[in-house]
Design a binder for this molecule. Structure first.
Ligand code: PLP
Length: 433
């Protein structure tokens, strides 16, 4: 071998060696570290409470102290500048709504589903209800049929209920319904202030709809609903997007006042949601809406982990018993793959199977738990993976945080009310059916 060949060979070896070393170094750097595997004090207490509750099945636990602390944070921030309307779909339980209404001193609810409306009218007859989406007129008709059939005179739709209407066509349908029923209907108009989810788009449409309402002896105009969830999601500074949305809102209000020849500032001028409500605190009272609708922020599911809600704390957890713990991960049909996954991510060293699963939720305790992307999801016995440090045994509890509340809270046959001071589950809130 010539000198130059030997030189090239050793150089190649050197380069390969360095690449392998680099790869090992990079992988050590990229590989996740093992998480502890124990419950924190908070979840240990919750775990003891769940066990003492003696219902070994998936539970939806709501931490009452955290819930009420979130409510107090919200009412502090509204600082008396806005009325508070509770978004019922995100807190779908009559007892829960009553508790929150009493604490916040509000009777305003936003409802999104006809069967919920029927139940609210019956169980919370003092409620002041604004629909959060335009209902097909047939759903409105069904509400009245059920309401009249119930013979319950306490809730007065003509005074306490605002139907949301988004277009001239739907307005004509509601006018016909009002005539048919011989009932006065209050109409709140959905306006598009930038979310582009429908609603009144422009001046001409607004004027046309207001005239239709004014001409009907059965209809009355009760205000506007302009939702603006885009302002914390769309590109651009939230404050700038808020100001754009509020400028549009104001233009609708000014136009309505011109058309009607009277002030509408005392009507329901609704905006906001959990992600945006903190942006409305306003010393100078620049914004025209007079009420904010918020629900999810009170339990703070993971979709609401946003800077605007950094001082809210999660208050709803799925608790479920562990059924099985295996001390290694095995993927059926691919021997060795489970070990490879565990080598790469030490939080996949163990596999456990839980009671239920496949919820829109993220495991939160013990730390490091996760679903397995290759094994697949199951709503019967879902596999979760954890580190060697995981001390859980069958019949212990794991906790997950729902990503949203409106659907997930309905899936557990009620809510378990947790008192963190007493460290026990003190009751049950039934959910809307
Ligand atoms: C019209 C309207 N207002 C307010 C909200 C805010 O609800 P939450 O606070 O639960 O996000 C929503 C959510 O979908 C909505 O559609």
């Amino acid at each position: 071998m010539s000198h130059s060949e030997a030189f090239h060979r050793s150089r190649r070896r050197f380069l390969l060696g360095s690449a392998a070393l680099g790869l090992a170094g990079a992988s050590a750097w990229l590989r996740p570290g093992a998480a502890g595997g124990h419950h924190s004090d908070y979840f240990q207490a919750l775990s003891t409470a769940a066990a003492a509750h003696n219902q070994y099945r998936p539970l939806m636990i709501v931490d009452e102290q955290r819930l009420l602390a979130n409510l107090d944070t919200l009412t502090d921030r509204l600082a008396g500048q806005y009325h508070y309307r509770i978004v019922a779909k995100s807190l779908p339980s009559v007892e829960l709504l009553q508790l929150l209404m009493a604490r916040a001193g509000t009777e305003r609810l936003m409802v999104f589903h006809q069967p919920f409306l029927t139940q609210v009218a019956h169980h919370i007859p003092q409620a002041d209800v604004l629909l959060g989406k335009p209902m097909p007129v047939q759903a409105a008709r069904q509400f009245y049929q059920e309401f009249f059939a119930s013979g319950d005179p306490r809730f007065q739709p003509a005074r306490q209920l605002q139907w949301l209407v988004d277009s001239p066509h739907r307005l004509a349908q509601y006018r016909q319904l009002a005539e048919e029923l011989g009932q006065s209907l209050r109409i709140n108009l959905e306006i598009d202030i930038g979310l582009h989810r429908g609603g009144v788009q422009d001046r001409d449409q607004l004027v046309q709809m207001l005239r239709l309402i004014e001409q009907s002896p059965w209809l009355s105009f009760s205000g506007f609903m302009g939702y603006e969830a885009h302002i914390t999601q769309a590109p651009g500074r939230a404050e700038w997007l808020r100001d754009q949305a509020m400028a549009r809102y104001r233009a609708f209000v000014v136009q309505a006042e011109q058309t009607l020849g009277r002030s509408i500032r005392d009507l329901t001028l609704n905006t906001g949601g959990s992600t945006t409500y903190p942006l409305y605190r306003d010393q100078h009272r620049r914004f025209v809406p007079n009420e904010l609708a918020v629900g999810s922020a009170l339990v703070k599911p993971t979709d609401f982990d946003l800077p605007t809600l950094s001082d809210h704390r999660p208050a709803a957890f799925i608790a479920t018993p562990v059924l099985k713990v295996t001390d290694r991960l095995a993927i059926p049909g691919v021997p060795g793959l489970g070990q490879l996954m565990a080598w790469w991510n030490p939080n996949r060293a163990k596999a456990l199977f839980i009671y239920g699963g496949h919820w829109p939720a993220t495991p939160v305790s013990p730390a490091g738990l996760s679903t397995n992307p290759l094994y697949g999801r199951s709503s019967n016995q879902e596999m979760l993976n954890g580190s060697v440090g995981l001390t859980l045994q069958p019949d212990d509890w794991v906790f997950l945080r729902p990503s949203q509340s409106e659907q997930v809270l309905l899936q557990f046959n009620g809510l378990a009310r947790y008192d963190a001071e007493q460290r026990r589950i003190t009751g049950h809130w039934s959910v809307l059916g």
